[in-house]
Design a protein. Structure first.
Length: 151
């Protein structure tokens, strides 16, 4: 389950967690293959996460509320999984490769949290596709509308 460029992410945050998450995704994909709906794979991941060798603590459909400067709730994102409250996990089941639209969705999640890493996983391809993403440097400018109500 290594990254496409060995050593590139050696010092990346939460390598052990992302390794176990991708391992769980590979196990689900190997067992069921492509062709199912996203909810199917989300259920499969939910069953795989707590079992050894993955043994992951997670929250499903984790709410990420966004507030405006007046403290009013603007919108609530829901990430598929928030593992150990540090790794965002977004699941897709697309026949096409992951694209910038899906990555933009994860970047919205970064703007709503302080999570240091996310996994975007696509079960819809013959071979499991996944990307490990990190908050972009400009994310601080998007956080001005806040992920917590102003005091």
């Amino acid at each position: 389950m290594p990254d496409s460029k060995p050593g590139l992410f050696k010092n990346a945050p939460h390598n052990d967690l992302t390794y176990r998450i991708t391992g769980a995704a590979m196990a689900v994909h190997n067992e069921h293959g492509p062709g199912h709906r996203e909810a199917f794979y989300q259920s499969g991941m939910k069953l795989a996460f707590p079992k050894p060798p993955f043994s992951l603590d997670f929250e499903e459909e984790y709410s990420l509320p966004i507030y405006n400067a007046d403290g009013q709730l603007v919108y609530t994102y829901r990430v598929d999984f928030f593992v150990a409250r540090v790794v965002l996990v977004e699941i897709k089941a697309h026949h096409e490769p992951l694209n910038n639209d899906e990555m933009s969705q994860v970047f919205d999640y970064f703007a709503a949290t302080d999570a240091p890493v996310a996994l975007l996983i696509n079960f819809g391809r013959p071979r499991l596709e996944w990307k490990r993403l990190f908050p972009p440097k400009h994310i601080q400018t998007r956080r001005h509308w806040g992920h917590q109500p102003p005091k």
